[in-house]
Design a protein around this ligand. Structure first.
Ligand code: 7RM
Length: 644
């Protein structure tokens, strides 16, 4: 392993940081390790308002955890009400920009008023604590307002990313048994309208639990409204009061469910609760983003993913920060839209993904060079491993060698950032997420759970429960235990491979299960394969990822057809749009290759490893419409398998 370059935080940055030295980090880490109850109890008292204190900090009945047991609180109260008695009352909570260029600034006071009004709208529809809602919206202020209104009443929300298809939306509504769907007429993306309401209507045809649909007007285009079921947000809002007390909720009240791809065809509902999530998300805002009162903070992710939940909405608002929300594509109408927004609002902290960074590199340095980026003081990365070249570019061209970079490793399941530098304390190495945060006992192990030597690859696990961890899989506690906690008993299996270097730095190598990561979006092999075989022409499908210079990975699907062979050309496009229809456009395979048969082991398992090799090394050449004969390789490989 060659020693990689190190970047030390500047003295100036460290002096003002929340955590200022390696020694200070070690001290925090050790405290959390030795006396976790005291450590987390102290964080909880400092960061959060509680209506009633806990009887004990945590309860661990593997694999089930409870945090701040018996405590009462409300995240909407913590994001809004408690700021209103401080100078933050008139601070910008949200600076929003729509893709067409429209803008809105909501102060804490104004955001509070709008959340209260919408909470009253939900109450008026008969919704109450314990109910579930689906939110399917563009990135407009009404989206965080809907989330905060649900949270205010104890209604668990599930935000479905606006890029998902009707089919995917339907599966989620049905699994959640949602009573209400909150959506919009549409939204803007690359100058085109995303027809959310029309898609929701298609999904809702088959969702008997949904009694009401609330529609926010965004694009103003005409949509069908089903009498008795559909209501305009602005009409319902007219007749409600702007006073709505936050419900006093138990610490373990479900806050949200986020569906994410796993290793089977069915997405998993990751369940997060309130108290522990709040505490750790608030702490990581300070530890990782080193948030200061004067900061304007921009996480350029989508609220439909966990990054947006924790680090666009709940984290920044709990901390009383100004969070920038942008509706559209970062390169629309020109590749410098993102840099323009930074210059315009004088953004101090930017949090984005390696995929986005690689796309900016490809567009060329001339675009960021056109803008004054001197307001930036910290840069973040999330979603996939960042390659050192992209890291260096981000550091040089965007950060002007002045801004520390925080490469943050975490997952939908973990709720908050787990492995990341504290920017004033930890020297960084391009490509490494560095070291675990306080309270996170991470390790790299073999299949028996034994720690592997430095420099060796292994499975990344977490040895102890942490406050923001997910509590279960929605309606599937068995799978929760089996899949995450029982494989290496008592430890949380992340599904990622990693190695640790001699300094104890973690290098995340990517997924070891059948989960792919395209542009930071999690896609499951099985989910894609089952979507493909639902098409009438398809007999079998095997899906693998190939490395891709921009999106990290790209999907390649090997498909056998029912009537053997067939003319590929039209079918390629048809199958791609089929996947778009079944899951969403972002999941469309980059390539579809028709094959006579799929390579299988004697026991009938598809040899994805072999296909992966083919798409990586391109050993089997040929364009995407050629029928590839994999049988020879297949026979060779299964012989090897039998021999070994
Ligand atoms: C926040 C988020 C989780 C998976 C995870 C990893 C990969 C995320 C990094 C990363 C290397 C990183 N949630 N991943 N961050 N890999 N370095 N900094 O992305 O549930 O959608 O995805 O993403 O494989 O397991 S997620």
């Amino acid at each position: 392993m060659k020693a990689s370059k190190r970047y030390h935080p500047s003295r100036e940055f460290s002096q003002k940081a929340h955590v200022r030295s390696m020694g200070a980090y070690r001290k925090l880490y050790q405290q959390a390790l030795d006396t976790p109850e005291e450590f987390w109890g102290a964080q909880a008292e400092r960061e959060i308002h509680w209506f009633q204190k806990w009887s004990h900090v945590f309860e661990w009945n593997p694999p089930f955890a409870k945090w701040f047991v018996g405590a009462k609180t409300n995240i909407s109260y913590n994001c809004l009400d408690r700021h209103l008695s401080t100078w933050r009352k008139n601070r910008a909570a949200i600076i929003w920009e729509g893709e067409p260029g429209d803008q809105q600034v909501l102060t804490y006071q104004e955001l509070h008023r709008r959340v209260c009004r919408f909470a009253n709208v939900l109450k008026g529809l008969g919704l109450k604590a314990g109910d579930t809602s689906i939110i399917y919206m563009p990135m407009i202020p009404a989206l965080p307002i809907a989330m905060l209104a649900c949270a205010r009443l104890g209604i668990a929300h599930s935000v479905v990313f606006g890029g998902f298809s009707a089919e995917a939306l339907k599966t989620r509504i049905q699994d959640l048994e949602a009573k209400v769907v909150i959506t919009a007429d549409g939204g803007w993306r690359r100058g085109r309208e995303i027809h959310l309401k029309a898609t929701a209507d298609e999904a809702l045809a088959d969702c008997p639990t949904v009694k009401d649909v609330v529609v926010c007007r965004r694009t103003g285009h005409e949509v069908a409204m089903h009498a008795g079921r559909d209501h305009w947000w602005h009409e319902l809002e007219q007749s409600v009061s702007e006073v709505c007390e936050a419900e006093v909720l138990d610490s373990e009240t479900p806050l949200f469910v986020l569906y994410t791809s796993g290793t089977t065809g069915k997405p998993k509902g990751i369940v997060h609760t309130t108290g522990g999530y709040m505490v750790e998300v608030a702490c990581t805002m300070k530890w990782v983003f080193d948030l200061r009162e004067e900061d304007t903070y921009w996480c350029a992710a989508d609220i439909g993913w966990v990054t947006g939940h924790s680090y666009i909405v709940y984290g920044p608002l709990m901390e009383g920060a100004t969070t920038v929300i942008y509706e559209g594509a970062p390169d629309y109408p020109q590749p410098d839209r993102i840099w323009r927004i930074i210059e315009k609002y004088k953004v101090n902290i930017l949090y984005t993904s390696p995929t986005a960074i690689r796309a900016f590199i490809k567009n060329g340095e001339q675009w960021p060079r056109k803008h004054d980026l001197s307001s930036l003081r910290l840069l973040g990365s999330v979603g996939e491993p960042i390659n050192p070249a992209a890291w260096e570019w981000y550091h040089k061209v965007i950060g002007h060698e002045r801004c520390p970079i925080v490469d943050t490793w975490w997952q939908t399941e973990t709720g908050s950032i787990m492995i990341s530098p504290m920017p004033g304390a930890i020297p960084t190495k391009p490509g490494s997420a560095t070291v675990p945060l306080p309270g996170i006992v991470a390790d790299v192990v073999d299949l028996d759970g034994n720690t592997v030597e430095p420099g060796k690859e292994g499975f990344l696990i977490i040895r102890r429960a942490w406050p923001a961890m997910f509590r279960t899989l929605y309606r599937d506690p068995q799978r929760y235990g089996d899949q995450y906690w029982r494989r290496i008993p008592g430890n949380y299996l992340t599904g990622d491979a990693a190695r640790r270097d001699k300094d104890g730095y973690f290098w995340i190598l990517g997924r070891v299960d059948d989960v792919m990561n395209v542009s930071g979006h999690r896609l499951s092999t099985m989910e894609l394969e089952s979507a493909l075989v639902r098409h009438p022409a398809v007999a079998e499908a095997a899906v693998v990822a190939r490395p891709h210079e921009i999106t990290g990975q790209a999907v390649v699907a090997f498909v056998t057809l029912k009537h053997g062979g067939g003319d590929g050309k039209d079918l390629v496009e048809e199958l791609r749009s089929w996947v778009g229809h079944e899951i969403g456009s972002f999941a469309k395979p980059e390539q579809i290759r028709f094959v006579e048969s799929l390579p299988k082991t004697r026991s009938g398992k598809i040899m994805r490893r072999l296909l992966r090799e083919i798409v990586t090394t391109d050993k089997v050449a040929g364009d995407i419409t050629t029928l590839e004969d994999l049988s020879v390789i297949s026979r060779l490989s299964s012989q090897q398998e039998e021999e070994s």
